[in-house]
Design a protein around this ligand. Structure first.
Ligand code: ADP
Length: 504
């Protein structure tokens, strides 16, 4: 029953509950009334029949006293006026049947001898014995038998009336409950509809109208209050978000401006370095030339010490020139625009290796490229410079035989390229220093010399391509340089696929 009711809509549930309650009450009341009626009808019948029997008893004293059965039969026949009476008989003082009368068609169960005074309900009749008295003397007994159809007729009538009343009041209750259930169901439905609207539209400005001051009213109040709180928090959150957005925008503008400024000052710095180094080269060449003239023209006037000092001077000026050239190269990088194009790194690498091939033969260098490199967006010449510098370093700072160089990449967005060697390695405390211009970790002449600008230039090229570079090394085992040539998706590389190369 409960399970059946549970999933019904509230509106129906209320009507069903009200109907069950009123129906049950009416049924119980009806059943009680019918039971009461049944017993009352029986009592009334007994009273009626007793009265009749008493009358008959009085009217048969004379026929009994004078032994005149015909007169007694006449008296009995008068009972025919009462339709429920089936028959009656009279017995003498000794109990012998004296006279009897039976309704036509009826078969009363006349006892052969009178029973004890009083009534007895049988299956479908009521039987009654009444003494016939003459003064204090009992001179006989009257027996009357009545059918019970009267009772069932009256009960049936009662039942039908009650069923009518029951039906009418059930209908009235139905109408009433259908009407009144709204008192409870309407606010609940309203509440649930609003809750649905709130969750569907995320609109916390909705409110439920309060219709009563009972528990439902309090529920509505609590619900509205909850919505207000959410709305308030929502507004706060939104304004915090707006505020944050504004701040982010402002910060982005600032950063952009700073970036532009930085680029400008970088460029100015490059310009300055370029012009300065360019202008320095001329007097330097002069110093070099004049030292040479001195050595040639005054050879006979200089002693050995003087000559050696002049030779040192010339060596130093040559070195200074190399340094200035590196500076020129470095500053030129920042002054020229990148020539961005789709570049097949395999071609670039092949070119670089071809140029280095001469040196490699004598040095037992083994270069391996595990898989073809992808195509990238970049400046072909400068990308070649990256590989050139890294490969040269891998060979230069390497005591192993054979010297192994591996060039490859890990796919990703953007792909990460690497150049690995089995060289002398770099202690991790120098990881930052090696990218600083003119910074070398070794004595000037060791490992084939160098200016200390190579990695600085590599880093600059990588960064101009929006990429980054880092080093990973184990001293005595080898070094790997990892670098990217783009950030995020914008310069995402496609794998080199011979079939696709023709299409693009
Ligand atoms: P240079 O090679 O002209 O000295 P770089 O800028 O190319 O200048 O390198 C800076 C320093 O970093 C080098 O002097 C060397 O000590 C160290 N280095 C660079 N590459 C490697 C490498 N592959 N293995 C070990 N050390 C290296």
């Amino acid at each position: 029953m409960r399970a059946l009711l549970r999933d019904l809509p509230i509106r129906r549930k209320l009507v069903v509950i009200l109907m069950i309650a009123t129906g049950g009450a009416l049924f119980l009341a009806g059943a009680g009334l019918l039971t009461l009626d049944y017993f009352r009808f029986r009592r009334e019948m007994v009273t009626d029949l007793t009265t009749l029997a008493e009358i008959v008893a009085q009217n048969t004293t004379a026929p009994l006293s004078f032994n005149f059965p015909e007169a007694a039969e006449e008296t009995l026949a008068a009972l025919g006026a009462k339709p429920s009476v089936l028959g009656a008989s009279v017995y003498g003082k000794q109990g012998a049947l004296f006279a009897k009368w039976a309704r036509e068609g009826a078969k009363p169960d006349f006892p052969s001898r009178p029973g004890p005074e009083g009534f007895e309900f049988r299956r479908d009749s009521l039987a009654l014995f009444e003494p016939v008295m003459l003064g204090d003397d009992r001179i006989g007994t009257v027996y009357v038998e009545s059918s019970l159809t009267e009772i069932s007729k009256r009960l049936r009538f009662r039942f039908l009336t009650m069923a009518g009343v029951f039906l009418a009041s059930a209908l009235a209750a139905l109408a009433l409950s259908a009407n009144l259930q709204g008192l409870i169901s309407r606010p609940v439905l309203h509440l649930s509809e609003t809750a649905r609207a709130v969750s569907e539209r995320n609109d916390y400005s909705l409110r439920v109208e309060k219709q009563s001051a009972d528990e439902l009213g309090r529920l509505v109040d609590a619900f509205n209050q909850m919505l207000s709180q959410i709305e308030e928090r929502d507004t706060e959150l939104q304004s915090a978000k707006d505020d944050l957005e504004l701040r982010v925008q402002a910060r982005t503008r600032e950063l952009r401006a700073a970036n532009v400024e930085l680029q400008q000052s970088n460029r100015e710095l490059d310009d300055f370095a370029y012009i300065a180094s360019h202008d320095l080269k001329e007097p330097l060449r002069g110093i070099h030339n004049y030292s040479m003239f001195l050595l040639e023209d005054y050879a006979d006037k200089l002693d050995a010490d003087g000559k050696s000092k002049l030779e040192t001077l010339m060596r130093l000026t040559r070195r200074m020139e190399v340094l200035i050239d590196s500076l020129l190269q470095y500053s030129r990088l920042g002054r020229i625009d990148l020539n961005m194009e789709e570049v097949d790194l395999n071609e670039v690498l092949a070119e670089v290796l071809e140029n280095l091939d001469v040196n490699f033969k004598s040095e037992q260098v083994e270069v391996s490229i595990p898989r073809p490199l992808p195509r990238v967006l970049g400046d072909r010449v400068q990308l070649g410079e990256i590989f050139h510098n890294l490969i040269v370093n891998g060979v230069k700072y390497n005591d192993s035989r054979p010297k192994r160089i591996e060039i490859g990449y890990e796919a990703g967005r953007p792909p990460v390229f690497y150049v690995r060697d089995n060289g002398i390695g770099i202690p991790d405390k120098h990881y930052d220093a090696i990218f600083r211009i003119f910074k070398r970790l070794h004595a000037r002449e060791k490992y084939g010399g160098g200016t200390g600008a190579g990695l600085t230039i590599v880093k600059k090229i990588v960064e101009r391509h929006n990429g980054s570079i880092r080093v990973e090394s184990t001293p005595g085992e080898g070094t790997t340089f990892h670098f990217t040539l783009a950030k995020g998706d914008s310069l995402a590389a496609q794998p080199t696929d011979p079939a696709r190369r023709g299409q693009s």
